[in-house]
Design a protein around this ligand. Structure first.
Ligand SMILES: Nc1ncnc2c1ncn2[C@@H]1O[C@H](COP(=O)(O)OP(=O)(O)OP(=O)(O)O)[C@@H](O)[C@H]1O
Ligand SMILES: [Mg+2]
Length: 97
């Protein structure tokens, strides 16, 4: 794949879990998609995890929750291992919600 064809956003098996006193709430259960230069709309019923998916990509998940993914990449940058400072720099500049 050339640099031009490379996807801007890669989400592979994204999961967001909220541990609670009564058990674990799985807010996002294995979501996968990629975005190149096109626009992508995410549709689903209330509570299905759309906002939590966006927040996980933005790095704005409640710190009490666990976020995991086989891959969460923006423009080749591994978001899950990116230091908080660099993640903040991406927000507003290149990624917004
Ligand atoms: N802090 C939290 N603790 C426990 N569960 C949470 C928390 N925040 C969100 N959830 C749960 O995560 C799930 C996904 O919520 P989310 O807000 O992503 O849904 P949504 O698809 O954006 O819904 P809507 O269309 O109403 O905006 C819901 O079941 C919600 O109750
Ligand atoms: Mg929402």
């Amino acid at each position: 794949m050339s640099a031009l064809e490379k996807n801007l956003l890669e989400v592979d098996n994204l999961r967001v879990r909220f541990p609670t006193r009564t058990g674990v709430i799985e807010a996002v259960r294995g979501v996968s998609f990629s975005v190149g230069r096109e626009r992508l709309g995410i549709v689903g019923e209330s509570g299905s995890g759309k906002s939590q998916t966006g927040r996980a990509i933005m790095g704005l998940t409640d710190p009490r929750a666990e976020v995991s993914a086989d891959r969460l990449q923006f423009d080749g940058i591994d978001l899950l291992s990116l230091p908080a400072r660099e993640r903040r720099a991406l927000r507003g500049k290149r990624v917004a919600m």
